[in-house]
Design a binder for this molecule. Structure first.
Ligand SMILES: NC(=O)c1ccc[n+]([C@@H]2O[C@H](COP(=O)([O-])OP(=O)(O)OC[C@H]3O[C@@H](n4cnc5c(N)ncnc54)[C@H](O)[C@@H]3O)[C@@H](O)[C@H]2O)c1
Ligand SMILES: N[C@@H](CCO)C(=O)O
Ligand code: NA
Length: 436
């Protein structure tokens, strides 16, 4: 059978990885897919640069729309990124009846509903394995491998840049700005690194996983997003002393009242496997009712790790494109007419435990005032750490770990504590998850 014809839009880090993986492994890929997968056309605005990468192995066009208009092309791969021209091109490709494979998490998390509805109406597939945790086959695991389960929660280190920054700050005592520059140099960061450090990239990925896990539409606008820019080295150090590590986690959880969907720095017990995921690596923990806890670990970014996921989607499309669309795995695991309208809960209704750091006057009775306020808000204390004040020092750090509470209640208690004259600086609070 003639090889399936692929057109690739965007020949950057991931695009060139796709070219190399397809070239190197073409024989094995063909044995698996049942027919060859041929990268027939690539688009890059600078044709000479594209030629330097693909040689004479593919036709090169400067305008991506030539790929969409080409009747020979079966699958369009979008590796441009962002929600501008990339979105327009993906919608045009679907309208032209092409299958689409993309690594674009921003596009899927913010416009997934529109993209999947158009694809469904047209009977084409949209593969997006590379959009979440790069080379880790987490979409495949959630959509197919765990399909027997009622998923309870997912928690993951799904942004390599921030995990790299936190690891380096902790291990080498380096400051934030220095490590961010290094992450950019190593090619981990997004084109706009604020997406990484402010938690947006992780929230895109958590949003996609949440939709697949719970059968709800992708709704990035409902996600609670906090990055690592406000995190202080002092808290990383105190967390260590208490047996915890601080990680930027993407979390989605099923609760009776709705779904929690949030990204924020989180204290995790140091003994958990996920707490020991270092550098730019990613890891996702999934809790299913039948299987229990499963963990997925690997490279969430980089040229060939991400290309691994893109090419896997190409194989899936090659195997399934002649199948009746009703027999394919639904984009979000649940049939489009069986999606739920379960609400995404506001952060005030989220339930977690907390780490609190209070700068307090070193005088009698402060601790009891604070514990009284917590008790009045029904917040129970798990542990207290009070740093010995040095000779002549008039203030000290008081660290409190709480048990689970509703966030709104904690914020009320925090406001009361903050108003005490013996609390001398803004209270630091960081959410804590035991992930058990
Ligand atoms: N780099 C990674 O590790 C990684 C991992 C997972 C997902 N992703 C996603 O993959 C996508 C691509 O990322 P990347 O790191 O390869 O980016 P990149 O910047 O290296 O590559 C994008 C390429 O698209 C080209 N481009 C821009 N507009 C174009 C147009 N109109 N037509 C054709 N080409 C155009 C750019 O010139 C560039 O060469 C993004 O959505 C990104 O979020 C990247
Ligand atoms: N900037 C992303 C790339 C992979 O999606 C990260 O650091 O994880
Ligand atoms: Na993946």
């Amino acid at each position: 059978m003639k090889p399936i014809q692929v057109g690739l839009m965007g020949l950057g880090t991931v695009g060139s990885g796709v070219f190399h993986v397809l070239q190197r492994n073409q024989e094995e890929i063909k044995r698996r897919a049942g027919r060859g997968i041929e990268l027939a056309v690539v688009s890059r605005r600078d044709v000479a640069q594209a030629r330097a990468i693909v040689g004479d192995q593919a036709q090169i066009v400067a305008d991506a729309r030539e790929i969409i208009a080409n009747p020979q092309i079966d699958i369009v791969v979008e590796l441009i990124g962002g929600t501008g021209i990339a979105k327009t091109l993906v919608m045009e490709a679907i309208a032209a009846g092409k299958h689409v494979v993309t690594a674009n998490k921003a596009l899927i998390a913010t416009h997934g509903a529109e993209v999947f509805a158009a694809a469904h109406a047209k009977g084409v597939m949209v593969g997006f394995e590379a959009a979440v945790a790069g080379g880790i086959p987490i979409i495949k695991a959630l959509r197919e491998g765990l399909t027997a389960n009622r998923i309870e929660w997912i928690a993951g280190i799904i942004n390599g840049t921030t995990n790299f920054i936190l690891s380096e700050m902790r291990d080498k005592g380096l400051d934030f700005a220095t490590v961010l520059k290094e992450a950019q140099r190593l090619g981990y960061a997004e084109a706009d690194p604020t997406f990484d450090i402010e938690g947006v990239d992780a929230a895109h990925k958590a949003t996609i996983m949440s939709a697949i896990a719970f059968g709800v539409p992708v709704q990035f606008d409902k996600a609670h997003v906090e990055g690592i820019t406000k995190l202080q080295a002092t808290d990383i150090k105190y967390a260590e002393q208490l047996g915890y590590r601080i990680k930027l986690l993407g979390i989605t959880k099923r609760r009776e009242q709705g779904i929690e969907l949030r990204v924020h720095p989180t204290l995790v017990p140091a003994k958990r496997l996920i707490a020991n995921v270092e550098g730019a690596m990613n890891a996702v923990v999934v809790q299913g009712d039948a299987v229990g806890t499963t963990l997925y670990y690997g490279k969430g970014a980089g040229s060939e790790p991400t290309a691994s996921a893109v090419v896997a989607d190409l194989v899936d499309v090659t195997r399934l494109h002649t199948a009746d669309p009703d027999h394919r795995v639904p984009h979000l695991a649940f049939q489009p007419d069986a999606m739920a309208d379960t609400p995404i809960l506001p952060i005030s209704q989220v339930v977690t435990s907390f780490y609190l750091r209070l700068r307090v006057a070193d005088e009698a009775g402060v601790l009891s005032k604070i514990t009284t306020i917590l008790a009045e808000h029904d917040i129970s204390i798990d542990a207290v750490l009070q740093r010995e004040s040095a000779e002549g020092e008039r203030s000290t750090d008081l660290i409190i770990l709480t048990h689970d509470t509703v966030e709104g209640r904690m914020r009320d208690a925090q406001a009361r504590m903050q108003a005490l004259s013996s609390v001398l600086a803004p209270i630091v609070s960081i959410r804590k998850e035991d992930l058990a």
